[in-house]
Design a binder for this molecule. Structure first.
Ligand code: GCU
Length: 611
């Protein structure tokens, strides 16, 4: 008996390792699937020495090691020694960062073990079950009933693991996630950022129940064929069963198309008459239903076209001027990561109030509620991976990590009409090796999705002598939209410098200001030349906005930095910052600063002029 069980154990370990390695395709449209939420109260252990992962010789513990924190914490009898325990007196809410849930965790960077026990009722015709995470910052090692499902790195993108058939139990499933939010030089982002390093299971956790053969993912978007509006895309299946069909329905357009399944990826294309385009003014979406032999998913999708044409950006064939604002994924009042629908409505509602038709979701992919809410509110989205500042561009493994996050970002949001720009980074220092690194990301973004613009936030050459501000970053050659961050009047010169500023670019492409801004401590008033006052920030915006009227003719929009004050460990002026970057137009409590009204007036005027 012992021999047999040992062989069985070895086989299962081999299977699990095999499966762990394979479970990497992200299931598309999770909200449209049969899911069981694992959100709520999870027990936790702070483990800054990673005792639960390494033994005293600093070797990763064996899977069956009773002292590993992924194994039960309940002694089998009174003589068994356990030196770890998940107690009901130490719980964290999921989704949610840990920094905002317990004062002692505000600055914590390290490992926290999360544990959730749950029962599971097998459905009548069981198929594959995936464990899905909206995001975990930064590294997640996931274990179920003592077996490792896999590891994921990347703090802002979704991932899922297929659960081996025999692993789920009817009662008392023991789910453990080791979360480590420490920063490292060879990660994405790297050690140095200007935002709070919130750690934890920051977005939803769900079990996803799929039929035996299922629709993994799909893309459905507007195409034009021979001048007619048509819809194109593809559907990817878990397996190609001969004779199976894919059906795509858009009931409101009286469309029902069927396709024979020859292999696991099926192309779709059909004419769509009387289609109403999605746009900020008319955020029209259609119910789209995709069904295969055993599976059926649906969601609301808007159809629109976005393209860079010469020196313009065209939305549905019309020139677009982007009245944007940059946003961090943070609810300032709660000093926490945003994650809910209400959070998305708060932040995007403020952007709407500002007169925006676009938001730059900086500097990482925001939670899915944001992009789905932007679809329904009619707000265009710039979505970005955190290739930020001094990434280690020389390491192939770092490029792989950036590519993984880029693929995960695009896979989740490829059917979001609001998303019009994929950005592969922000303010990366120019060098040959960096430009090649970023170029290859742009190339991958186009391969994954050729229906959107690709860009990155570049920096400016301030030529103080000739008073010319030049955008000539070599990366500009490879983007569709030449975007740059400028702080003329904050980090360079004074707001008065804007009056004589000349802007030039060597690229004959649409030009976009992806950041500009100044700090103001809300409620601090004085003469406009007094640093940190609301009057100084207002002066900055007045001069900047006047300058925009003198931008080159390929200037197509701006997303100032930024909507709301946000937390940053870099900002340590005790009187005017105190751990906050106060460049928001809204303060920590959601109160508007003087500059808000200047930008809103400018946007309302732009909107009335219809670009
Ligand atoms: C940079 C950077 C932002 C940062 C901002 C600032 O441009 O992209 O992440 O917060 O400037 O200095 O406030």
């Amino acid at each position: 008996m012992v021999r047999k069980s040992a062989v069985g154990l070895v086989l299962m370990l081999m299977m699990t390792t095999l499966l762990t390695a394979q479970a990497d395709h992200l299931i598309g449209n999770i909200p449209g699937r049969k899911t069981i939420s694992l959100n709520g109260s999870w027990r936790y252990i702070i483990d800054s020495y990673e005792t639960g992962f390494y033994n005293y010789r600093y070797k990763e513990r064996r899977q069956t090691d009773p002292e590993a924190y992924w194994n039960t914490d309940i002694p089998r009898n009174s003589s068994e020694r356990k030196e770890h325990g998940y107690t009901n007196s130490r719980t964290l809410q999921v989704p949610g960062d840990w920094n905002s849930q317990d004062k002692k965790l505000l600055y914590y960077e390290g490992t926290i073990w999360y544990k959730k026990s749950f029962d599971y009722k097998m459905p009548p015709s069981p198929g594959p079950v995936f464990l899905y995470f909206g995001a975990v910052n930064y590294r997640a090692d996931v274990y179920l009933n003592g077996v490792k499902l896999g590891m994921h790195k990347g703090g802002f993108t979704a991932f899922n693991f297929e659960i081996p058939d025999t692993l789920l139990k009817r009662t008392g499933n023991f789910l453990v996630v080791k979360v480590d939010n420490r920063r490292h030089a060879n990660e994405i982002p790297t050690l140095n950022t200007d935002w709070w390093n919130y750690g934890g299971i920051t977005r939803d956790v769900m079990l996803v129940e799929l039929p035996r053969s299922y629709i993994i993912d799909y893309s459905v978007h507007l195409k034009r064929i021979a001048g007619n509006d048509s819809i194109g895309g593809w559907v990817r299946l878990s397996g190609a069963n001969p004779g199976e069909k894919i059906i795509v329905e858009i009931p409101e357009l009286k469309i029902k198309q069927s396709y024979n399944v020859e292999n696991a990826q099926v192309g779709i294309a059909f004419v769509a008459r009387n289609l109403q385009y999605w746009s900020p003014l008319t955020p029209k979406r259609y119910r789209v239903i995709i069904s295969s032999g055993l599976d059926r998913v649906e969601e609301s999708i808007g159809f629109r076209s976005i393209e860079a044409s010469g020196r313009q950006v065209l939305l549905n064939g019309q020139p677009l001027f982007m009245r944007g604002i940059s946003i961090h994924e943070e609810i300032p009042g709660g000093m926490r990561r945003a994650h809910s629908k209400a959070d998305a409505l708060q932040l995007l509602g403020w952007a709407k109030e500002l007169g925006c038709n676009m938001v730059r979701l900086a500097h990482y992919p925001h939670n899915e509620m944001m992009t789905r809410m932007a679809d329904s509110l009619g707000i265009l989205v710039w979505s970005e991976i955190p290739v930020y500042w001094t990434i280690n561009f020389s390491q192939a493994e770092v490029l792989d990590k950036a590519k993984t996050q880029l693929r995960e970002m695009i896979t989740r949001d490829r059917n979001r009409s609001s998303v019009i720009i994929w950005s592969v980074g922000n303010e990366t220092p120019v060098s040959e090796i960096r430009t090649e690194f970023m170029r290859s990301l742009l190339e991958q973004a186009r391969e994954l999705d050729d229906t959107r613009l690709v860009s990155a936030a570049l920096e400016v050459h301030y030529d103080r002598e000739n008073n010319i501000n030049l955008i000539d970053d070599p990366l500009g050659k490879y983007v569709d939209l030449v975007s740059f961050n400028e702080y003329l009047g904050w980090y360079v010169g004074t707001p008065a410098s804007c009056r004589t500023a000349n802007w030039k670019t060597i690229y004959d492409k649409p030009l976009f200001i992806s950041e500009t801004g100044a700090e103001a401590l809300s409620g601090y008033h004085g003469g406009e030349a007094v640093m940190w006052t609301e009057e100084y920030q207002a002066w900055y915006y007045r001069e900047q906005l006047a300058m925009l009227d003198r931008m080159p003719s390929n200037f197509v929009g701006i997303s100032p930095w930024l909507l709301v004050d946000f937390r940053s460990p870099r900002r340590n002026n005790p009187e005017f910052q105190d751990g906050w970057n106060n460049k928001g137009l809204f303060d920590h409590s959601g109160k508007k600063k003087k500059a808000f009204y200047l930008l809103r007036a400018y946007y309302n005027k732009k909107a009335s002029l219809k670009n």
